[in-house]
Write a new protein. Structure first.
Length: 404
C-alpha cells in the first residue's frame, strides 16, 4: 500500500483533499512574507538615515520595531486581545507623534515607512479577526496613527500628500480585512445550512433504522411463538437472539441520536447502507464508463453496526465522486475494505492525476466530521508512484458493538 500524505482534521488545520479544504487562519508562507517585508522596510528606513541622521532617531526605531514585533506574533492573540494590542500600538504611535511634534523643529520631518506599514497590517488583522466591539475602538486609533505621522512635525505640501497616500493605504487595508471577515461569515452560514440539511436527512435515516430493527425483532418473536408449541427447546435460543438484537439496536440507536444531538458536529447526508450497497456502488461506478472499479473485501462484515457500514458507504461514495470529478486520466480504481480486530479500514485509490480546482468544498470536510463522530479518522493525499487515495479507519468498539 502506498504512503499517503496525511491530512490533519481539527480546529486549526484543514484536510488535505483534492479540490476541497478548509482555509487556514493565515497561510504560513504569507505570514512570513509579510514579516519579511516589514523587516525589509525597517532596513530601508535605516539605510535612508531615518533612524540615525535625524533627531530622536532611536525613538522612531523603537516604535517601528515594536509594531513589527506585534505583527510577527499576532497568531498568539485571540479575537479580543488582537484589537487591544492593535489599539495599544496605535496609542503608542500617537504618543510618539505628539512627542516628535513637541521636540522636533519645523524643518525636521517624521517620515518613515516601516511603522505605518506595520500599523496598516495590524489594521487589516483587527478588521479581519478582531472581536467587533473591541475592533470598533481599535480601528479609528490605528487609522489616526497611520495618517497623522507624516504631518506630526509640520504640515506642508509634501507631508500632506504623504498623509493622503497613507490614508489610501489604511482604507485599502481596512477594506481587505472587512472583506475577509465577510467571506468567513458567509462560509460559516453555508456550513450551518449544510449541517441543518444533513441533520434532517439523518433524522430520516434514524427512522428507517429503528423500523428495520424493530421489524426484525417482531419477526423473531413471532417465530418463537410458533416454535413454543412444537419445539419448546428452541425458544430460549430464540429469546436470546431477540435480546441480543434489541440490545444492539438500542446501543446503535443511542449512538446515532447522540450524533444527531451533537451541537458541534456535522452529520453526513448518507442513507442506511451495508456492504451490499458498497458493492452496488462500485458496480454502478464501473457501469457508467471510464475508469474500472474493483472491490476487495478482507475479513467478516456480517455483524458490523449500522453506523460503521453506513460510514464506510459514505467514505466510498465520496471518494468515488472525487475520482469522477477530479482524477484526470484515471483508468483503475481500487476499493478495499479490511476488518482487522476491532476496526475496519476503508481505502479508495486511483491512478489518475489531480486537476486544478477551486477550494472551498464541503464533501471531505463533512466526511471527516462524520467519521470522527464514531471515533474514526480520515487521511487523504497523493500516493507514491502516482494517483490519489482516501483512507478511513473506523473503530468498532466506539460504536458500542462487540467485535468478533
Amino acid at each position: 500500500m502506498g504512503k499517503l500524505a496525511r491530512a490533519a482534521y481539527g480546529a486549526a488545520t484543514a484536510p488535505a483533499a483534492r479540490g476541497e479544504g478548509r482555509p487556514l487562519p493565515l497561510p504560513v508562507a504569507g505570514w512570513l512574507l509579510l514579516v519579511a517585508c516589514l523587516v525589509g522596510l525597517v532596513a530601508l528606513d535605516w539605510a535612508a538615515g531615518f533612524y540615525w541622521l535625524v533627531d530622536h532617531g532611536p525613538a522612531k526605531l523603537l516604535g517601528a520595531v515594536l509594531v513589527v514585533v506585534l505583527v510577527a506574533v499576532w497568531p498568539r492573540f485571540g479575537s479580543r486581545a488582537l484589537p487591544v494590542v492593535g489599539g495599544g500600538a496605535a496609542f503608542v504611535s500617537l504618543c510618539l507623534s505628539v512627542f516628535l511634534h513637541m521636540e522636533m523643529s519645523a524643518g525636521s520631518q517624521a517620515m518613515g515607512f516601516a511603522e505605518p506599514a506595520a500599523l496598516a497590517s495590524l489594521l487589516l488583522l483587527v478588521a479581519w479577526r478582531g472581536k467587533p466591539s473591541w475592533a470598533a475602538l481599535a480601528v479609528p486609533l490605528l487609522c489616526a496613527a497611520i495618517v497623522l505621522r507624516p504631518v506630526s512635525v509640520h504640515a506642508r505640501q509634501s507631508t500632506i500628500i504623504m498623509a493622503l497616500l497613507f490614508a489610501l493605504g489604511a482604507v485599502t487595508a481596512l477594506s481587505v480585512g472587512l472583506g475577509m471577515r465577510l467571506l468567513m461569515a458567509d462560509r460559516r452560514r453555508q456550513a450551518a445550512a449544510l449541517r441543518l440539511e444533513q441533520r434532517t436527512a439523518f433524522a430520516r435515516d434514524l427512522h428507517d433504522f429503528v423500523a428495520h430493527h424493530v421489524t426484525g425483532i417482531v419477526v423473531q418473536a413471532q417465530g418463537a411463538q410458533v416454535m413454543a408449541g412444537r419445539r419448546p427447546e428452541l425458544v430460549p435460543p430464540a429469546l436470546q437472539r431477540i435480546e441480543q438484537a434489541g440490545s444492539e439496536a438500542l446501543t446503535s440507536m443511542r449512538h446515532m441520536v447522540g450524533m444527531l444531538r451533537d451541537a458541534d458536529g456535522e452529520v453526513a447526508l448518507t442513507p442506511l447502507a451495508g456492504i451490499a450497497e458498497v458493492r452496488s456502488l462500485v458496480e454502478e461506478f464501473s457501469a457508467v464508463g471510464g475508469a474500472r472499479a474493483r472491490l476487495d473485501l478482507e475479513g467478516s462484515f456480517d455483524d458490523l453496526p449500522v453506523e460503521v457500514t453506513t460510514t464506510a458507504h459514505r467514505v466510498v461514495m465520496e471518494a468515488l465522486t472525487n475520482v469522477r470529478k477530479h482524477a484526470h486520466g484515471c483508468t483503475e480504481v481500487r476499493v478495499r475494505l479490511e476488518r482487522s480486530g476491532n476496526r475496519v479500514t476503508v481505502r479508495v485509490g486511483d491512478d489518475g492525476q489531480p486537476r486544478h480546482v477551486a477550494h472551498g468544498g464541503f464533501g471531505l470536510t463533512g466526511l471527516a466530521e462524520r467519521v470522527g463522530l464514531i471515533g474514526g479518522s480520515v487521511r487523504a493525499g497523493p500516493v507514491t508512484g502516482g494517483g490519489w487515495a482516501v483512507e478511513a479507519t473506523l473503530p468498532l468498539s466506539t460504536a458500542g458493538v462487540m467485535a468478533s
